[in-house]
Design a protein around this ligand. Structure first.
Ligand code: PRP
Ligand code: URA
Length: 210
């Protein structure tokens, strides 16, 4: 079973609380999301392998650590996942970006695919799927399945800002090999499939579409 890691650093909790407030506008919401994404990226990449390098300092030559060449792919689930990409790329600048377009049908709550474009060498990369909201888990599970169906079986991590017990359980059931990183696990889903207390519709708040 994949691990569930709650990244609840005080800076993240503070920024997330600001995002939740309904009076927080689009510009600030987007900025906060990217800042949190960068802070989460720090923890999500904690297991990156290191290699030894020889460096001459002004004083002596010695062996130090640098990140070993490990190809990474960031996979935002459109639209809202786009709001986390810049934060990740600031810490992992060599990552390639793949996009999976899914929207959740408002009646059935089932994900509907409308776009998929991955790096040509996605199968050789460790992939990090990003999306602010893990509600029923249907969208994230479908995105991970798309990746697996295209031969991406190396390592897949899922990073969400806000999760809930239902979504986490669904991912653990459908993709037990995937580690889940969240900044908070909220109480429940309401009858419309929204996370309670959550932060509302992440895509609409990022892009100002409501
Ligand atoms: C939201 C969110 C997730 C999904 C979560 O996207 O960004 O992708 O819902 O819900 P689930 O866990 O129940 O599948 P939405 O479908 O609203 O599309 P958008 O990002 O284009 O707004
Ligand atoms: N998608 C969102 O954007 N917010 C929720 O609370 C649930 C799904």
């Amino acid at each position: 079973m994949g691990k569930v890691c709650v990244i609840d650093h005080p800076l993240i909790q503070h920024k997330l609380t600001m995002m939740r407030a309904q009076e927080t506008g689009t510009k600030e919401f987007r900025e906060l999301l990217n800042e949190i994404a960068m802070l989460m990226a720090y923890e999500v990449t904690r297991d990156l392998p290191l290699k030894d390098v020889q460096v001459q300092t002004p004083v002596a030559t010695s062996t130090f650590k640098m990140i070993a060449n490990k190809p990474i792919g960031i996979i935002p689930i459109l639209r809202a996942g786009l709001g986390m990409v810049d934060g990740f790329v600031r810490l992992v600048p060599n990552a390639k970006i793949g996009h999976i377009g899914l929207y959740r049908d408002p009646v059935t709550l089932k994900p509907v695919e409308y776009y998929c474009k991955l790096p040509v060498d996605a199968q050789q990369r460790d992939l990090i799927v990003v999306d602010p909201m893990l509600a029923t888990g249907g969208s994230a599970a479908a995105a991970i399945q798309f990746l697996k169906d295209r031969g991406c079986n190396k390592s897949i991590k899922l990073v969400n800002l806000v999760g809930c017990p239902e979504g986490i359980e669904y991912i653990q059931k459908t993709h037990p090999d995937v580690d889940i990183y969240v900044a908070a696990i909220d109480e429940k889903l309401n009858e419309h499939g929204y996370i309670v207390p959550g932060l509302g519709d992440a895509g609409d708040r990022i892009f100002g579409t409501k």
